[in-house]
Design a protein around this ligand. Structure first.
Ligand code: 5GP
Ligand code: MG
Ligand code: MG
Length: 173
């Protein structure tokens, strides 16, 4: 059967919210520089939009972890596939993630990165599914709090598909 995607959060809503988030970062980090760390691949669209809207100096780096096999179920195992290219020591780090679900991925990453002595570290996600939390994670900011639905688009995939949708949607059979 052909899959159809139902829009949950429109392109305009996502764009407006990212503008607000960038403005909040500008205000909080005025006179400083921010070092954005994107978690591949889901955060890429969010990170690029956010970075374009931030006006304080921005540097960027990426890392890749996997906590999910292919799809909708958490394995509970976090594997580091690609580490950062640069040191974060003394930098004002903002970890940029697509979605906070069980919290396993981010709690692992926060521990790992905190050991590298950043000047400060905050975590932001485009989406948050609080109902699914297994490990608590303190977010600096989130774009949207959503119900326990598997979402795709704006970087989020289902078996690598749909990342390029310019909105957040749910798959309908
Ligand atoms: P956590 O470790 O918090 O359980 O999961 C985080 C990762 O699981 C996210 O970065 C994302 O890659 C994936 N994930 C969690 N929920 C969803 C969802 O609703 N849709 C998609 N496409 N990926 C999700
Ligand atoms: Mg992710
Ligand atoms: Mg995925």
């Amino acid at each position: 059967m052909k899959e159809q995607i139902k829009v949950m959060i429109s392109e305009t809503e996502v764009d407006n919210r990212i503008s607000e988030m960038a403005a909040a970062i500008d205000k909080a980090y005025a006179g400083k520089a921010v070092h954005l760390i994107g978690i591949l691949k889901g955060s890429v669209f969010f990170m690029c939009e956010l970075a374009k809207k931030i006006t304080v100096p921005v540097t960027m780096d990426f890392m890749s972890v996997s906590s999910y096999g292919d799809d909708t179920k958490s394995s509970g195992i976090v594997k580091l596939n690609k580490d950062l290219d640069e040191s974060i020591e003394g930098k004002n780090v903002i970890v940029v993630e697509d979605i906070l679900d069980s919290g396993r991925t981010l709690s692992y990453l926060i521990k790992l990165l905190n050991n590298r002595k950043p000047a400060s570290m905050q975590v932001i996600t485009l989406l948050d599914k609080p109902e699914r939390r297994v490990i608590p994670v303190e977010l600096y900011m989130t774009g949207f709090t959503i119900p326990d639905r598997f979402v795709v688009g704006y970087g989020l995939d289902c078996a690598q598909k749909y990342r390029n949708l310019p909105y957040i949607g749910v798959i309908e059979q």
